[in-house]
Design a protein. Structure first.
Length: 318
């Protein structure tokens, strides 16, 4: 446990325990307009050996939180679920929680080099810290659609298959580099990973299923899709992240994930699609709005998902 003085506030920082759940629920009340996932996943995180949740208290009041896990062979800390109580914002708490997380991580990962995170907010983080930007489309899918023959009949001329863990481990470093950013980073449940075989277990823990197009066993696929069932406080989400530069192949992935989401959820849900190529957004809108008549989700309208990275060996205000 550590204590930091922050302007006129003294904060005590420590790792979270199961008994902190009620405080965490209270801290999370009302944020993200019901799209918050933390209260639903907190207990699962405590059971995982690769995620640490850091809490900041002022007196007996929980005022800040951040979760992290370390990937990329111990070199990268991925930050998640950062939040500060509204009454304590602007007092340095978020920065101090972040610094404590890095110190805590370095005790176990001395080769730690960088911190990486994502945001859909119009944050004021300077451009040098931004690796790249992903485009988001999100739509409401009703239970009645999932129950229609139309949903079960969704098909494509290009066939998509679910990867087994062993197959995914075999191909992850061989997938075409053109599909990804120059940093060779891709997202699984909005967590930014390098395409390393050592990350496979972390990636599969974050996702529900991973997909590629069907091809011969000795052929490297030309696409990758990651699908994640992601319950929220007031909603259910399916997070689809697709890497394909062929519009036909991209469409095949989207339709396959929509079908799988309907099969697995069979209830009202939000179908979010993340892609690197902005030109594919228009294709998504044609399919989802014009053809399937889905309504857009206001929270994600005109939003992008930004991926940031901080070099932990360089002092900055990130």
């Amino acid at each position: 446990m550590s204590t930091f003085a922050m302007d006129a506030v003294t904060s005590t920082l420590r790792t979270a325990e199961a008994g902190d759940f009620d405080e965490i629920v209270k801290l999370s009340e009302g944020i993200y307009a019901g799209h918050d996932y933390l209260p639903l996943i907190f207990h699962q995180w405590l059971q995982r050996d690769n995620i640490v949740v850091i809490l900041a208290h002022c007196g007996v009041r929980l005022v800040g939180l951040e979760a992290y896990f370390v990937v990329d062979d111990g070199r990268t800390l991925i930050h998640r679920a950062g939040r500060v109580h509204p009454d304590y914002r602007g007092q340095g708490i978020f920065k101090q929680v972040g610094e404590y997380s890095v110190e805590h991580a370095k005790e176990h990962y001395p080769s730690l080099q960088r911190k990486r995170f994502v945001s859909i907010r119009d944050t004021e983080i300077p451009e040098p810290g931004k690796l790249h930007e992903m485009h988001i489309e999100a739509y409401h899918v009703g239970k009645e659609f999932c129950e229609k023959p139309m949903a079960t009949a969704l098909t494509n001329s290009m066939k998509i298959k679910t990867c087994t863990p062993d197959y995914f481990a075999d191909i992850i470093e061989s997938l075409p580099a053109r599909l990804f950013t120059r940093n060779s980073i891709f997202l699984s449940n909005r967590c930014p990973f390098e395409r390393l075989r050592s990350n496979v277990d972390h990636i599969l823990r974050e996702s529900t299923e991973v997909y590629v197009e069907k091809c011969d066993d000795d052929v490297i696929p030309n696409s990758l899709g990651v699908g994640t069932f992601s319950p929220r406080v007031k909603y259910i989400q399916w997070v689809a992240e697709v890497y394909a530069d062929s519009p036909d192949l991209f469409q095949a992935h989207i339709m396959h994930q929509l079908k799988r989401a309907c099969e697995l959820i069979n209830d009202d849900f939000i179908f979010t699609i993340t892609m690197q190529d902005e030109s594919l957004s228009s294709l998504v809108r044609i399919i989802m709005k014009d053809q399937l008549m889905f309504k857009t989700v206001d929270r994600y309208h005109n939003k992008t998902l930004k991926v940031f990275e901080k070099d932990l060996n360089v002092k900055s205000h990130l």
